[in-house]
Design a protein around this ligand. Structure first.
Ligand code: UDP
Length: 361
């Protein structure tokens, strides 16, 4: 009998990780995946268009658990996912990344005696003020199979006492999606449609609560971006979380505000950017693979491989430190290289780990 596996996705950064995984698992003779969308992100431009861009099938279950505070959202996902697990009784639940859907689904599964598989396990910023860090730590602590993207993940898990046999270095599912869709992105009319096909430009994404929830902090960052945009015009697809806070902050004409972009369109822009300024986890990884300079507007990163091997630099969140990182980048561009196993084949390694796990457990 095939092994039923629930694959859980809920927010924008989940979709590009579950798409290749679902694809590979569906081709297995022994595994039978089905997709649950928690509804954590529900707008067309944060969810619907990713299904289209990434060729994801319609979810088998849509929980519609969007909105609310972290506690309300986590609680709502917990409440709504339990009956799905009761009905389908999967042998395993696969969760990805570090969002509320990740920790909520893992908690319910673990208490029902269902194996929890965490893709992107072990990443640590060591900053517990980040809600994502709490989600990572809790999810890893109750996971049975820990799929790791970079060496720091393995080291962190070992240090926390996880058994080596549970930890599997598989590479980076997000990069499977990047490598699959990059040719289409490069061939698309995205740059021409935005009128930047012939110019040098930079790209901004910001959504971490510490950067965007406090208007003074956001204004501090915009102060640095304003100066950078005098040298290179910047495009800023604004995350819904950030949009409301921007209302009272003067943004110059050299920074173009856009709605959040679809995956392929955003990939086309990233690949052609002179610089990317971001606080996104996924974008730090994607710029590393694209070889595009990345300034991370944070004090820390849970993805140190993007700094050690890649094009990423920590720029901090103050105006002076961001401008210093920008000047350093101009003076000494990083050539960058590729972290091991970010080769576009992670989904096959994940599948092999799961086929073995379920054949012997
Ligand atoms: N992304 C996108 N459109 C945008 C901004 C980001 O498609 O306007 C993609 C980006 O390429 C990456 C993912 O969204 O694949 C990152 O998601 P996000 O920054 O929301 O979350 P994080 O990675 O920080 O958890």
């Amino acid at each position: 009998m095939p092994v039923s596996l629930a694959v859980v996705a809920g927010a924008r950064p989940n979709f590009m990780k579950v798409a290749p995984l679902l694809n590979a698992l569906s081709a297995s003779d022994v595994l039978e995946p089905f997709l649950i969308h928690t509804g954590q992100h529900f707008d067309h431009n944060m969810s619907g268009q990713f299904f289209r861009d990434l060729g994801l099938p319609d979810p088998d279950f849509h929980l519609g658990a969007g909105g609310g505070t972290h506690a309300q959202q986590t609680a709502e996902i917990i409440r709504r996912i339990e009956p799905v697990f009761e009905e389908r009784r999967p042998r395993g639940v696969i969760v990805v990344g570090d969002v509320n859907s990740t920790v909520a689904a893992a908690l319910v599964a673990a208490k029902m005696g269902i194996a929890v598989i965490h893709a992107e396990a072990g990443l640590r910023s060591f900053d517990r003020t980040m809600p994502e860090e709490i989600n990572r730590m809790v999810t890893d602590s109750i996971s049975d199979v820990l799929l790791v993207t970079e060496e720091s993940g393995r080291e962190n898990l070992l240090r926390e006492g996880h058994a080596p046999g549970r930890i599997h270095m598989v590479g980076n599912l997000m990069i499977d999606s990047l490598r699959c869709h990059l040719p289409k992105a490069r061939a698309s009319s995205a740059l021409a449609d935005l009128g930047v096909a012939a110019e040098k430009f930079g790209l901004i994404t910001l959504h971490r609560p510490a950067n965007v929830d406090d208007e003074r902090q956001l204004a501090e960052i915009v102060g640095a971006l304003r100066i950078i945009s005098q040298t290179v015009p910047l495009l800023w697809p604004v995350h819904p979380r950030t949009r409301a806070r921007l209302a009272n902050i003067a943004v110059p004409d050299t920074i173009r505000i856009l709605d959040p972009l679809g995956y392929v369109e955003f990939l086309a822009l990233q690949a052609a950017s002179f610089v990317v300024l971001t606080d996104s986890g996924g974008v730090q990884e994607e710029t590393t693979v694209l070889g595009v300079p990345c300034l991370t507007l944070r004090e820390n990163t849970e993805r140190p491989a993007t700094i050690a091997c890649g094009t990423n630099r920590l720029a901090g969140t103050g105006k002076a430190s961001i401008l210093q990182a920008w000047r350093d980048m101009l003076a000494e561009p990083k050539r960058g290289g590729m972290p091991p196993l970010w080769d576009g084949e992670a989904r096959f390694r994940c599948r092999a780990v799961l086929e073995k796990y379920f054949s012997i457990c």
